[in-house]
Design a protein around this ligand. Structure first.
Ligand code: UD1
Length: 417
């Protein structure tokens, strides 16, 4: 068990370099096993979700070599093994092995996936997609068995533009016979990155990044290379921290267009920032205006930045509204922010935040990954010492967060307890 300890109120100066996107790499790695050859993935972030995926690859007999942020995978001896429950439980994205193993072996058996406790997180849309491609699904108390004589291209209409379902169906359809069209597909930047890898491997996918993706099935996939796109959520989190505490804080290696909605909101609030190519330079503003934030699917305001953003709203002068529309359970951090001195009234998926409120250090708990990032932001602006428990959630998705923040002046450490 680990704890993060922060002595707050230190200005942040210097440069934070953004790593590869968690939500991209956790799909790129499973997608890469479709190749009969070798796949090189660069800009791989050093996060514990990747470690869990490497353990899964090992079980599936995939040869994995790692050097710094480069991963080389060779799936020529891939075997179809049941991933143990304690492993598939470690991260949500283990479900991408469903689509990949189904495509390769026409059969996959898998325990229910894990992941953050931010809502009920069904996978019915993934399963309906597999069924549309010709698969049969058997569900028992703890696992799914999915089989298909052959996978055949189909027209698939998603009821909701689910990121996971879009990617999983895209992966499964890559080796199907004929053409698949995913209608109402999710449009996240990460989906474009996954399609890029699959196309580099020889797949025929067009339309990724729009709400209609067409996948013409191919028989076999070959050697390929891909670079993980910069993590827009990591970038957004540090941008918010820079708005709170920046003293010429530079966020480098991001794609500003992927965070355009966040940047527009910050501008509206009067945050002092300057865009300079692929960098953003932030300074703490004297006064912040309140605003309303409503999380929606990409390219709208990302749900994964809602919680960190709520910390910024505690520092705005007036009443802000925060509405979460994607997940039912994303207010877990509010109780802790209020303990620290915030004035937030939250009910289900809505919160009214009255600011500005001075925060003070407390002993608090990260209830999920992004709640954890929000609490780190709160600890950074609080007077005194903040101790955060259950920080394993944070390490799942923020690479070297302690080093990145201490390098720019934060007084933050992680300890084993
Ligand atoms: C991904 C991201 C997560 C982000 C989310 C929304 C990864 C690894 N995780 O999660 O960080 O918060 O997108 O941007 O990429 N739903 C269904 N049935 C399904 C699938 C989803 O009803 O079969 C619902 C969910 O309950 C939720 C909504 O759709 O309310 C969004 O889910 P989805 O887009 O699938 O999120 P994930 O891919 O799980």
């Amino acid at each position: 068990m680990k704890q993060i300890i922060i002595e707050g109120n230190k200005p942040l100066s210097g440069t934070i370099k953004i790593g590869g996107a968690k939500n991209s790499v956790v799909a790129l790695i499973p997608a890469a096993i479709l190749s009969s050859g070798k796949v090189k993935i660069t800009n791989v972030p050093s996060i514990s979700d990747c470690d869990a995926l490497f353990e899964i690859l090992h079980l599936l007999n995939v040869n994995v070599e790692m050097q710094e942020n480069v991963v080389l995978m060779d799936s020529k001896d891939l075997k179809n093994a049941l991933i143990p429950e304690n492993l598939s439980n470690k991260l949500r994205a283990s479900y991408y092995f469903m689509g990949a193993l189904l495509a390769k072996f026409k059969k996959v058996e898998m325990y229910f996936p894990g992941g953050c406790n931010i809502g009920s997180r069904p996978i019915d849309l993934h399963l309906k997609g597999f069924e549309a491609l010709g698969a049969k699904i058997k569900k028992t108390k703890s696992k799914y068995t999915i089989t298909a004589e052959e996978l055949k291209g189909a027209d698939i209409y998603l009821e909701f533009a689910s990121v996971g379902a879009t990617i999983n169906i895209m992966i499964a359809a890559t080796l199907a016979k004929g053409t698949t069209v995913i209608h109402n597909a999710a449009r996240e930047a990460e989906i474009v990155n996954i399609a890029e890898l699959l196309n580099n491997m020889g797949a025929k996918i067009s339309g990724a990044g729009s709400d209609e993706i067409t996948i013409k099935g191919v028989k076999k996939l070959h050697n390929a290379e891909v670079k993980v796109i910069p993590d827009r959520i990591e970038a957004g989190t540090y941008i918010i921290m820079g708005a709170l505490l920046g003293n010429n804080l530079v966020i480098e290696g991001m794609v500003p267009e992927h965070n355009i909605v966040l940047l527009n909101k910050l501008q509206e609030m009067g945050v002092d920032f300057k865009l300079d190519n692929q960098r953003i330079i932030l300074n703490r503003a004297k006064k912040l205006k309140p605003t309303n934030v409503r999380t929606v699917t990409y390219p709208g305001f990302p749900t994964d930045l809602g919680q960190p953003m709520s910390v910024l709203l505690t520092q705005a002068d007036g009443i802000s509204m925060f509405e979460e529309t994607i997940w039912e359970n994303r207010m877990g951090h509010v109780k802790y922010l209020n303990m620290m001195g915030a004035n937030i009234v939250a009910e289900r998926q809505h919160a009214t935040i009255t600011g500005p409120t001075k925060l003070h250090g407390e002993e608090i708990t990260a209830t999920d990954l992004r709640a954890g990032a929000a609490l780190v932001a709160a600890g950074l602006i609080a007077d005194g010492t903040t101790i955060i428990h259950d920080v394993e959630h944070i390490l799942r998705g923020y690479e070297r967060i302690i080093n990145k923040l201490s390098d720019v002046g934060a007084n933050i450490k992680i300890v084993d307890i």
